[in-house]
Design a protein around this ligand. Structure first.
Ligand code: DC
Length: 510
């Protein structure tokens, strides 16, 4: 969702030494977030390690093994004994056990691994037939999140770490809990794009290490990307009981082999629900409410068109000239908050998007096919943003064009009279003079214009469901949508994580 992408960074990984593992048969896990509050998960992970094949040569935990690592005393807690035993068991068998530092366990020192027979590092390099593979946590690539990067930088200072360690263990635990709360609130306030990966920084790290591919975690999503220069990136999802390791063997490690880059499977993709419909059908209100109820991100595609239009007008470009609009789009950073608010170059836009000038010009902007394609491409990326556990998108063509593979596609209908009545009521509530006949006529014109949009015209998608919103209250409509969404949701986790709707894993903690 970034446009010109004016992100500056200091080379992250090239400066960071990586541990060379050579050509080894390795198991990779990431983002386990183990904590004494959920001992059954620790046992479950220890049991998974117990299944390691006899010829395993390296185990790489790619960061955030701990929900928070606050010092070596933690190993001695009864809940962590099975983990300690499992890791030591592997290293006792000659397996190299490597714990990479993530953001939750940034305080891990090399000496802290010894208790479990583990080495501690920031990154490792594996040699494969297809090239070298850089394995690292990945938070260092989320460079748009400047406050987090500053914190990261600070936490890596030796003197500060020594100072922290001098505190009593109980204080450190309390501090970690507090930090986690603060960080969760901070994440909720950040625009989603801020938490995303800056791909050129990954490419630079790969170049610095002479590597052809990177494997990272941190983002709590499962994805594969082709990067500049044919380099590859694989993002591993956070571990949960039952999720196997990514197993790399030197022979199967050819980067072109399907095994290396096989997607985690459609079931692990972020679910998307689309609500399309005619103007005034109530789809936006329903989409926003549905996203809130699900704790998902809301993508207001109309607001994206309006935001682009606002910039076009502000820069004096011609909304009717496709090239000028495209050029404007290529020069801006455009992204959104989880509640749908759109941000242009760091500026949140709301009232600006509803002016008569924008209303008039957005129609032209939305008519350019190449602009539509470019904007769709940016909107689609929302699905793979850190912390996004699901997306509810609304618009005209959200289910037909933007997310043709959406998990649930809804077409919201309401009679033109009912839509006109609601529009008029909205305008009256906003203190505007209203003429019902004029509202009806404007809607008829808008319907006709929308219908002439070819592939992007609002229509029921094949396999989609229709929601007649003429007679339902908002509450009833949302409840009905929730019953349709229910089959997409995983049953809630039992145990300690049930209290936390995100399971403690809905994205990185910065
Ligand atoms: O829903 P809205 O009124 O905020 O939409 C603003 C404009 O953008 C409107 O002219 C329709 C257009 N639009 C579109 O063409 N495709 C979408 N997916 C969403 C909106």
């Amino acid at each position: 969702m970034s446009g010109g992408g004016e992100v500056r960074w200091k080379p992250a990984a090239p400066g960071q030494p990586a541990l060379e593992l050579g050509a080894v048969r390795a198991w990779l896990f990431t983002d386990l977030h183990l904590g004494a509050q959920a001992p059954q998960e620790i046992t479950s992970f220890a049991a998974a390690l117990g299944q390691a094949p006899a010829d395993l040569q390296a185990l790489v935990v790619m960061g955030d093994l701990f929900d928070a690592f606050v010092g070596p005393e933690q190993w001695e807690e009864p809940a962590f004994q099975p983990l300690c035993a499992a890791l030591s068991g592997l290293s006792g068998r000659g397996v190299r056990v490597i714990l990479l530092r993530g953001n939750r366990d940034v305080l891990l020192e090399p000496a802290d691994g010894a208790r479990a027979g583990a080495e501690v590092a920031d990154s490792v390099l594996l040699s494969t037939a297809g090239g070298r593979v850089l394995v690292t946590h990945g938070d260092q690539f989320c460079l748009r999140d400047r406050p987090y990067q500053r914190l990261r930088h600070w936490l890596r200072r030796r003197w500060l770490r020594a100072l922290g360690r001098a505190l009593p263990y109980s204080w450190r635990l309390a501090l970690a809990r507090r930090l986690r709360g603060v960080s969760r609130q901070a994440v909720a306030r950040k625009p989603l794009d801020v938490l995303a990966l800056v791909e050129p920084a990954v490419v630079e790290a790969l170049e610095g290490h002479g590597a052809a591919a990177a494997v990272i975690g941190h983002l709590h999503i499962a994805e594969e990307r082709l990067l500049a220069g044919g380099r590859r990136l694989r993002i591993l999802p956070a571990w949960e009981p039952g999720r196997p390791a990514l197993a790399l063997t030197p022979a199967a490690q050819s980067l072109e082999s399907p095994g290396f880059m096989s997607a985690a499977g459609p079931s692990q993709r972020t679910p998307v629900v689309t609500l399309d419909g005619l103007a005034g059908s109530g789809k936006s209100t329903l989409a926003r409410r549905l996203a809130q109820r699900l704790g998902w991100a809301y993508l207001d595609s109309g607001a994206w068109y309006r935001a682009l239009t606002w910039v076009v007008l502000a820069r004096g470009a011609d909304a009717a000239a496709e090239n000028e609009v495209l050029d404007t789009l290529s020069r801006i950073e455009l992204h959104c908050h989880a509640d749908g608010r759109v941000i242009v170059d760091g500026r949140p836009l709301q009232a600006e998007l509803r002016t008569a000038r924008v209303d008039a010009a957005v129609v032209e902007v939305a008519d350019h096919p190449r602009v539509r394609a470019a904007l769709d491409e940016r909107m689609r990326r929302l699905r793979s943003h850190a912390g996004v556990t699901g997306v509810v998108a609304d618009g005209r063509d959200a289910g037909t064009v933007i997310f043709p593979d959406a998990d649930l596609k809804v077409f919201v209908e309401a009679s033109r009279e009912e839509r006109a009545r609601r529009r008029a009521a909205q305008q009256r509530a906003a203190g505007l003079p209203v003429q019902e006949q004029a509202v009806l006529a404007a809607l008829a014109e808008r319907d006709a214009r929308d219908a002439s949009r070819g592939a992007s015209a609002p229509r029921l998608s094949p396999g989609g469901r229709q929601l007649d919103n003429s007679k339902l209250s908002e509450e009833e409509a949302v409840e009905r949508l929730l019953t349709w969404v229910a089959p997409l949701l995983h049953p809630p986790d039992a145990g300690a994580r049930a209290a936390d709707p995100t399971g403690g894993r809905a994205g990185p903690s910065h």
